[in-house]
Write a protein that binds this ligand. Structure first.
Ligand code: SAH
Ligand code: SF4
Ligand code: F3S
Length: 467
């Protein structure tokens, strides 16, 4: 029996059978926080269609691979995963069950139809802007259709549509995410995001506030606002004027029961004075800022179309630190952009030395089909990229350790978000976004506790609960 028959059989046996065993869905996320967030929205939308989340792919009637196209390695993962799923599907079929396989996310958007030639096991494909069409795709699947592809950018507002179609989950995690902005108009020459996510779009403040209040009602104590260029957010305000992110954060800070606010990811050129001042003025806004710079050479920054110099960035960091001296600065780096010389790379190291990062992500440049940089001559050999990345990561790791070392003996409030590394431990994130593990006895996930830092690990702090 093929998958579509199986699912339509379920649908036809009516309410009794559906009640006996509701269909289940497993979404596997491969990408950024927005990708994870979209995956959760898929589950919300499918709840309204009677689906429940499955604990593992082998237990799911529907598996959705929510893919990422940002680097070649991320994009290729989906094909090996599809191979594994085909095996799981066979095993389920031997047990008389079945599994539908869907591909979502940025690879779905970028490759669309072409994926079917390489992986005909896929039942349907939909892009990040087509999540609201999931119920319809399920109906078509139940009717026996396969190989459907939904990758248009619709005219309707994705988020408003999702709100309309979703059934709220029973609970939300203490540290929740909320998408306020999507898409990008910056067109950095290495990046696929403007193509996979489309043009910049800001949700209206009223929708965001409503969703934030709902999250807090259901147990969220911290909210991270998400957007590909979150600090470019400028949406319709409650008073009909256009608000900036600082204004939105001020309104969000008034929500009763909300303990902490964060936002990510920001672009240096959209870091306006009001937002910088928010780090000094908004008590709920945590002292952490992810501000990617990518490279420290002006020549490379220009070729990347980042539209600022290394000095602009360094001056900006100084201004932010003047407003909030203890702020943790985090960044993204690309090594081996086409044409990057040893001298250019030395400029990146020099910028890192000057800024002093609390944390950072760094990547080897990966040529992405359809982006301008992929066409450039002077692609840097992998060997050189590997070697430069190792040097950069060594420096960044040293800075991270130095940043963390200053925290021994420090006290702060910690929101407990999950089990810790060892039995009996609980974990959370410090205001500076460091992972913190504490002995959890007598406390539960969702509690806010006062802690004192006792040890510094490579990637985390150890602390004790006090008072
Ligand atoms: N909107 C965010 C993040 C975009 S993707 C921003 O502008 O910063 C996250 C990171 O992936 C980027 O900051 C960049 O460092 C990295 N990245 C993007 N495209 C890449 C590519 N082609 N090769 C290697 N790294 C890339
Ligand atoms: Fe990509 Fe640049 Fe847009 Fe960030 S700002 S998403 S790196 S194009
Ligand atoms: Fe990847 Fe798409 Fe996010 S390409 S990084 S999942 S926006």
């Amino acid at each position: 029996m093929n998958v579509t028959n199986r699912i339509s059989a379920n649908a036809e046996t009516g309410a009794a059978a559906a009640q006996a065993r509701p269909r289940t869905v497993f979404v596997k996320a491969f990408g950024c926080q927005m990708n994870v967030y979209d995956g959760e929205r898929m589950v919300d939308v499918l709840r309204a269609k009677g689906f429940q989340p499955a604990a593992a792919p082998e237990e799911a009637d529907l598996v959705i691979l929510n893919t990422c196209h940002i680097r070649e390695k991320a994009a290729e993962k989906v094909y090996s995963e599809l191979g594994r799923l085909r095996v799981l599907r066979e095993k389920r079929r031997e047990r008389g069950a079945d599994m539908a396989i869907a591909v979502a996310g940025c690879v779905a958007q970028a490759e669309g139809e072409a994926m079917l030639a390489r992986a005909p096991a896929i039942d349907f494909i939909f892009g990040p802007q087509a999540i609201q069409r999931l119920p319809d795709l399920i109906d078509r699947l139940d009717a026996g259709e396969r190989h459907m592809v939904e990758t248009d950018f619709p005219a309707e507002d994705k988020f408003a549509e999702l709100e309309g179609k979703a059934k709220a989950p029973p609970a939300v995690p203490p540290a929740a995410f909320l998408a306020v902005q999507e898409g990008c108009d910056k067109f950095c020459t290495f990046c696929v995001v403007p193509y996979t996510r489309g043009a910049e779009y800001s949700r209206p403040a009223a929708d965001i506030l409503r969703e934030a209040e709902k999250l807090v009602e259901k147990g969220a104590r911290e909210i991270t606002l998400l957007g590909q260029n979150v600090n470019a957010w400028h949406g319709e305000g409650l008073d009909g004027t256009t608000w900036n992110l600082a204004r939105l954060l001020r309104e969000l800070a008034n929500i009763d029961g909300l303990h902490a606010l964060r936002f990510t990811t920001s672009h240096p050129n959209d870091m306006d004075d009001a937002l910088i001042a928010a780090f000094a003025e908004n008590e709920r806004l945590m002292p952490y800022l992810h501000l990617p710079v990518q490279a420290g050479s002006d020549r490379i920054l220009k070729a990347m179309n980042r539209k600022h110099t290394a000095q602009d960035y360094i001056r900006l960091i100084e201004k932010i630190r003047a407003a909030r001296p203890d702020i943790a600065i985090s960044g993204d780096f690309i090594v081996g952009f086409p044409g990057e010389t040893e001298e250019d790379f030395a400029d990146t190291l020099a910028l890192v030395e000057e800024v002093k990062y609390a944390h950072a992500y760094s990547f080897r440049y990966s040529a992405r089909p359809g982006t301008p940089a992929a066409e450039l001559k002077d692609q840097v050999p992998e060997e050189i990229k590997r070697e430069r990345l190792a040097r950069l990561q060594e420096l960044l790791a040293k800075q991270q350790y130095e940043f963390n070392s200053r925290f021994v003996g420090r006290e702060f409030d910690l929101l407990l978000t999950g089990p810790g590394k060892y039995e009996g431990q609980l974990t959370g994130r410090s205001p500076w976004l460091q992972a913190v593990h504490v002995p959890g006895e007598g406390h539960a996930v969702g509690d806010i506790v006062r802690v004192r830092v006792t040890d510094i690990g490579k990637n985390a702090l150890g602390a004790h609960i006090i008072g």
